[in-house]
Design a protein around this ligand. Structure first.
Ligand code: ZN
Length: 390
């Protein structure tokens, strides 16, 4: 079993190369429109289209009349004709079901890519070589796995990118769904998904965290400038690194699974103000004691690690999603996500310590599960609260 995987990398062509890329793109666009024109005329007069092969056979002739087309790799030109063929096949399908909509001519600004479908390019030792264009500087921010099947050059605004479609031996993974998932980031748990799944904070991570806190205390007892203090500083730094690495490993694993499973991953937009609001300790009005709401402990170092974990997790998902190409990460306004009922939209006020969401409408859910569903709904534009208000 094998599957296709796509990669996208930024290119840094020289000025001459940029001109060549632009020029190639313009010629491809021209050829596309010419091939479309031929097919349109055929269709108008005969009621039939023509085939890809019939058009491709004219390429040598075209090159004789328009010498500049010799400067473009023949497979690139064939690929243009294949695109026209595809557009027409889609058109005939539409006609069959009684719809119209002739394939359109492409404007220069909308025709933004050309492709080497099999050959004419190579990627060796971190260098991209394109036939008829040259060695183009590429930023390989990740390793390419599998065999490159196609190489597409793409213009986006003023930038150029290359997309590789690679055949890779497929590894068993969670089935891909075109679903959106809402994610509530938590304090004791790393995250709760709108599916009800929970991502725990790993045990070893907690242990390392404790050890770090101890080392930190030990450090504060050492005299300034002493040898022992120096050692303690090193120990804290080492543990810090360890905690960070362990956390990152864990976040990498989970962000990978999310990106492999869902098409849209929705987080709360965690601005620093939201964080502090969320973690504000609550005092008992009479005794002045801090209530056990799980928030008071989240100060200082613990909190900074926690915060870093959340934004790191989102960042990992974002970058993996971008690499996957087909996955997006969205962020929504986090206000009221834990208070609104995901079932009916009414507001069910609760303290941070209340871990269960119980609504008159019959919705009974874990607090964080309810919040994650709201996060998903908010992204879907189905914020129940908004619907109610309007
Ligand atoms: Zn309800």
């Amino acid at each position: 079993m094998s599957s296709l995987k796509s990669y996208k990398f930024r290119l840094y062509p020289t000025r001459t190369q940029t001109e060549k890329l632009e020029w190639t793109l313009a010629r491809c666009c021209e050829l596309y429109n010419a091939a479309l024109q031929e097919r349109r005329e055929m269709y108008t007069y005969t009621g039939k289209g023509t085939t890809y092969n019939a058009q491709a056979m004219q390429l040598p002739e075209i090159k004789e009349i328009r010498e500049e087309y010799k400067q473009i790799h023949s497979q690139v030109l064939q690929d243009v004709l294949r695109r026209v063929d595809k557009a027409f096949k889609a058109f005939f399908k539409r006609v069959k079901v009684g719809k119209r909509g002739f394939p359109r001519f492409q404007g220069r600004n909308h025709y933004e890519s050309f492709c080497y479908p099999q050959a004419g390019f190579s990627l060796e030792n971190g260098r991209l070589e394109l036939s008829k264009i040259g060695h183009v500087k590429i930023k390989l921010h990740r390793k390419v796995h599998g065999t490159i099947k196609t190489c597409t050059l793409k213009r986006e605004g003023a930038c150029w990118y290359v997309c590789f479609s690679c055949e890779v031996e497929s590894v068993p993974r969670t089935p891909y769904t075109d679903e959106a998932v809402g994610i509530d980031l938590g304090i004791s748990k790393l995250a709760t998904l709108s599916t009800g799944d929970v991502i725990e904070n790993p045990k070893h991570y907690r242990q390392a965290e404790k050890r770090l806190a101890k080392a930190q205390q030990a450090l504060s007892r050492k005299k300034r400038g002493s040898k022992r203090r120096k050692k303690a500083v090193q120990r804290v730094a080492r543990l810090h690194r360890k905690v960070r690495n362990q956390r990152n490993d864990y976040l990498h694993q989970w962000s990978r699974r999310l990106v492999d499973t869902y098409e849209t991953i929705v987080f709360e937009d965690i601005a620093p103000t939201n964080l502090s609001r969320r973690a504000r300790p609550r005092q008992d009005e009479e005794t002045g004691k801090y209530l056990p709401n799980g928030a008071s402990a989240k100060s200082g170092l613990n909190k900074s690690i926690l915060d870093a974990g959340w934004s790191q997790f989102i960042a990992f998902c974002e970058y993996k999603a971008e690499n996957a190409g087909t996955v997006q990460v969205a962020k929504v306004d986090p206000r009221m996500t834990s208070q609104v009922c995901s079932g009916c939209g009414s507001v069910v006020k609760k303290e941070l310590s209340e871990r269960w969401h119980s609504c008159e409408c019959g919705t009974e859910l874990d607090r964080d599960h309810n919040a994650s569903i709201n996060i998903k709904h908010r992204w879907l534009g189905r914020s129940l609260q908004e619907t109610q208000a309007s």
